[in-house]
Design a protein around this ligand. Structure first.
Ligand code: GYE
Length: 304
């Protein structure tokens, strides 16, 4: 049972709102889909939305958020780069601005849920990591020498997707992670880090990537190393982007656990509900699907 947020700054009931969204980057299709979802829903509702892009730089995101606080929006939506942005979340609350966290969380010992921020809307990243491990067990028959490509260091999805995966493979004696390195959730780094790690760990038989973009980079690196992705090396990731579903359909990617970027409707519903009822649950967990060879093709048309 999730407690209710009651102590955060309130939102008045109004016909229209002036809101802001601090996006952390625009360097992958997932981010673009999330921003587009926020913009589409704001437009549908007739709300005025300002979006900033932190370019995946923490100092830039802190500046962006301070700039948005100064504009005194009715609500501030934020996708924090790392968990360390709790202080600036608290700054917004101190300025009387209700904060809604989207897609990533912050350190709750610095910023209190339901007080410094109204709510956090996220996937269950630990569970995503476990599900990726189960898919990997299925792909490899439970025998795998795994390279792990981690997401942005200090981000809540990178932390939790690692935890869940390691917890699950801890129960599979034939599966072990031989090396883990961050590739910052990007395709280019996924490719270059995988190139290096495939050389230093020539016995690797699998890649677990914390998101699709890094997996797609790894698939290019596997090919460049003269190996066949999906056969010599099994790859599993998380998100469910169009390119990843296409790679699942062609057999290069074994599976991708969904992490849905379309936050717009839920974000604005949370705002409206909070305005009307004065409280909402302090956390909302999204339901994620699993995309594998059985269903990937079917979801390509609606993917981002
Ligand atoms: O998996 C990744 C993005 O925070 C859940 O961040 C999000 C993750 C998503 O850059 O592709």
């Amino acid at each position: 049972n999730v407690p209710m947020a009651t102590a955060a700054p309130k939102v008045q009931v109004k016909d229209t709102y002036r809101v802001a969204f601090s996006q952390n980057a625009s360097n992958n299709p997932w981010r673009l889909a999330e921003t587009a979802s926020m913009q589409a829903e704001a437009e549908r509702l007739g709300y005025q939305l300002t979006v900033t892009d932190a370019n995946n730089e923490q100092t830039k995101q802190i500046q962006d958020i301070r700039g948005l606080i100064a504009q005194r929006p009715d609500a501030l939506f934020m996708a924090p780069i790392t968990e360390q942005l709790g202080n600036v979340v608290a700054e917004a609350a101190d300025a009387g601005i209700p904060v809604f966290l989207l897609d990533r969380d912050v350190d709750t010992s610095v910023a209190k849920r339901g007080e410094d921020y109204v709510t956090v809307i996220v996937s269950d990243f630990v569970q995503q990591g476990r599900r990726a491990a189960w898919a990997m067990a299925k792909a490899t028959g439970g025998n795998a020498t795994i390279i792990e490509l981690e997401g942005t260091t200090g981000s809540s999805p990178a932390i939790d997707r690692k935890t869940g995966f390691h917890e699950a493979i801890g129960q599979c004696p034939g599966m072990r992670v031989v090396v883990s390195q961050s590739a910052d959730f990007t395709r280019a780094e996924g490719q270059s880090v995988a190139e290096t790690l495939l050389q230093s760990h020539a016995d690797a038989t699998a890649v677990y990537a914390h998101n699709d973009e890094m997996a797609l980079g790894a698939i290019s690196a596997i090919r460049a190393a003269g190996k066949v992705p999906g056969q010599d090396i099994k790859v599993v990731s998380i998100d469910g982007s169009r390119d990843a579903l296409t790679a699942v359909d062609s057999g290069e990617l074994f599976a991708t656990v969904e992490s849905n970027p379309r936050f717009g409707p839920r974000a604005f519903q949370a705002l409206q509900r909070y305005a009307q009822e004065g409280q909402v649950p302090v956390q909302q967990i999204l339901e994620d699907r699993l995309f594998d060879s059985s269903n990937a093709a079917e979801f390509i048309p609606e993917a981002y």
